[in-house]
Design a protein around this ligand. Sequence first.
Ligand code: SF4
Length: 286
Amino acid sequence: MEIEKARSYGFCFGVKRAVEMAENSPNGYTLGPLIHNPLEIDRLKRLYNVHPLSSIEEVDPQKVKRVIIRTHGIPKRDLEKLQKLGVEIVDATCPFVKKPQEIVEKMSREGYDIVIFGDKNHPEIKGVRSYALHDRVFVVLKPEELEGVPLKERIAVVAQTTRKVDQFQEIVDYLIRRGKEIRVFNTICNATFENQEAVRELAQRADVMVIIGGKNSSNTRQLYTIARNYTDAYLVEEKGELNPNWFKGKKLCGISAGASTPEWLVDQIIGEIQKITQTDKLETKG
Ligand code: SF4
């Protein structure tokens, strides 16, 4: 059986950068898990003594000397709190998340109403909205949520980095009818879509797809859902979950991995699939 990796998979630029920053900051603490992958979190604990804290309240400056901020960023007041506590701050906020934070700060300073297309409960959006210098900030997922909201004539709009462009476009179209001056900042990051496009392309040719990643990672699950539309697909977190029956009689096995899946895990799982399929061949021959 042939094994082929999707042309784009795994860590995006921001996660790669955050993991490298954590590796260069031993004995540090992250606010929440650095990425949605329990095995990678364990590796950082074992090799670099980097541990996750569940909230800023757990930052005890007697014990915690160094805090690593995740790719999602944190609310401005939490950043200020950390600065006051005097701990060393390693800011691994993805530059693509910093961008909407800066835009919201600037446009609110200039008096624009702010519309954010995104999930108000997501940490990235909690962070982005906290940069507004006034409270005329509206976080929505659909244009209908803006019905009846008394918007000013000058509106600036940004998007959560992982949202879809066509849905952002719907919000923008709606706002054009509502305001006189609309400043649109396309802050969507393409990394997740590149992995999705690549999985779609490969799944159409493969007899079976193995998607590697945390089961609680939404982008990994999205890859799995796309793959399943075209062929047999399985989502695994570790090599022990692989089942030899999945590969029986298959010619091409496609591989993809979520944005929080490290390369060492992809290699490990490919090695295990090779082992399984080779053993299977011997058994069939014997
Ligand atoms: S998905 Fe995009 S915005 Fe999010 S961490 Fe990766 S590169 Fe940054």
